[in-house]
Write a protein of this length. Structure first.
Length: 322
């Protein structure tokens, strides 16, 4: 099964990712053929599979690595990620994801929510045969709970013009950074580097989400697969907006307080204010800070091909274009 071309430079990892995708494909069994097709369309849509890649790479640090277990954990993490995307699209009323029609757009919110729930159960099904201990399964459950709470926190803060940077960082810590942390930790589980892997993943996730939020302000929507300022329109205020609010709140707040009624012309004004205030530049600096922290921690791992690959893909990820 073909994966994203970025992995062509890492043949061994590419093979593992292809095996991981095949494992998910094998386990997706829904009687509704259209929904099953839509799930597999998501699976093969060209996503970069970063979370399973990190999990697989960290599993290489184990002297007693079990390839089947490593792939099962990686597959479960990707399925969990897919489930959160399906629910995200319902909450955001998104019509497209990676240039393709979303489940909620194609079949309605009800079927999309049930499909997301199915993916959560599939995640546990993939894990159950390879949970080495009750403690490990408990960790995965708690990690997933934090991810879902992060999603709920974002929903609760929609159109909240009083949102602060601290609120935003706490939100993405749960929503995105936790899944990267869980991915790295699950791979390194039962090695001396597990806690270090968790911190590395958390910092990678923070950098990833901030960078992703910056791309929402890119005039080229081919990078994100969604229109410019879609997050602002949906009432999701991210780092560039919050930095701009600190400097030019008197100009920005009246526009944000319009909520769902904000017009396209007003969105353009929001964009102009963010650029002029340096909001994008400061957000980029913040993403860079988390990236440097992750790379510094990776540098403390034992020198190996795995360590060098972790450094390379982390640098590549932050410079990514969608």
């Amino acid at each position: 099964m073909k994966v994203h071309p970025m992995w062509d430079a890492y043949p061994a990892l590419r093979y593992e990712l292809e095996a991981t995708i095949s494992l998910i494909d094998k386990h997706v069994t829904i009687k509704n053929e259209e929904v099953q097709h839509k799930i597999k369309e998501m699976l093969f849509s060209g996503g970069k599979l970063l979370r399973p890649a990190y999990s697989l790479l960290f599993s290489e640090l184990s002297k007693e690595r079990n390839p089947e277990r490593a792939r099962a954990v990686a597959a479960a993490l990707e399925v969990l990620h897919m489930a959160t995307l399906v629910h995200d699209d319902v909450i955001d009323e998104s019509a497209k994801r990676r240039g393709q029609e979303t489940l909620n757009s194609a079949y309605g919110n009800r079927i999309a929510v049930y499909t997301g729930d199915y993916l959560f159960t599939l995640c546990f099904r993939l894990l159950q045969d390879h949970a080495d201990s009750a403690r490990e399964l408990d960790l995965d459950t708690k990690g997933m709970e934090k991810i879902l709470l992060g999603e709920l926190n974002q929903m609760d803060r929609k159109y909240d013009s009083n949102m602060r940077m601290r609120d935003y960082l706490n939100q993405i810590q749960g929503k995105t950074a936790q899944l990267f942390a869980l991915s790295c930790y699950s791979g390194a589980y039962n090695t001396p580097y597990a806690r270090q892997a968790y911190q590395i993943g958390s910092n990678i996730g923070m950098a990833f989400q901030i960078t992703d939020d910056i791309l929402d302000f890119s005039p080229d929507d081919s990078k994100t697969g969604k229109p410019i300022l879609q997050d602002v329109k949906n009432g999701i205020y991210t780092a560039p907006v919050l930095y701009a609010k600190m400097k030019r709140g008197s100009d920005l707040l009246p526009l944000l307080e319009k909520g769902e009624a904000i017009t396209n012309d007003e969105l353009n004004k929001v964009y102009e204010i963010i650029v002029a205030s340096g909001g994008l530049t400061e957000a980029q600096a913040l993403a860079g800070k988390y990236t440097r922290k992750a790379l510094k921690q990776i540098g403390k791992l034992p020198e190996s091909v795995t360590q060098r690959t972790l450094s390379l893909i982390t640098e590549q990820m932050i410079k990514r274009e969608h």
